[in-house]
Write a protein that binds this ligand. Structure first.
Ligand SMILES: [Cu+2]
Length: 121
């Protein structure tokens, strides 16, 4: 049969193959948000909090807001209260459907994008 060192080498190699892709996939995924996806909030001021599963680079992350009238405007990221949490403030929102689009750079160098749709009543 196989020598113990050979079996050990196979185990180590398999472990590396199984673990490596997970490390490579450690880019930022949105865990939760405020406003929540498809939620209804009150305007005209809406506080935004985006929580990611990993640390993000605030300076290389962007937010844009698609308004009910079709206008798209850039939203300034105010702060990162804790690693992986971005905060911003939306002002002057009228009643209607909005889409907040986000793009963040994770510390693994990967950019991820997504959107949060919500209604202002
Ligand atoms: Cu990644």
């Amino acid at each position: 049969m196989f020598a113990p060192w050979f079996v050990a080498a196979i185990v180590v190699a398999s472990t590396i193959v199984l673990v490596a892709p997970r490390v490579a996939l450690a880019h930022a995924v949105l865990v939760s948000s405020q406003p929540g996806a498809n939620s209804t909030v009150s305007g005209p001021e809406v506080a935004v909090l985006l929580k990611y599963n990993s640390r993000v680079d605030m300076a290389h992350s962007t937010l844009t807001l698609l308004a009910p009238d079709g206008r798209v405007e850039k939203v300034a990221i105010e702060s990162e209260p804790e690693p992986g949490l971005l905060s911003a403030k939306l002002t002057g929102l009228v009643k209607g459907a909005y889409v907040l689009r986000w793009q963040v750079l994770a510390t693994d160098g990967h950019i991820t994008r997504g959107k949060v749709s919500f209604q202002v009543q």
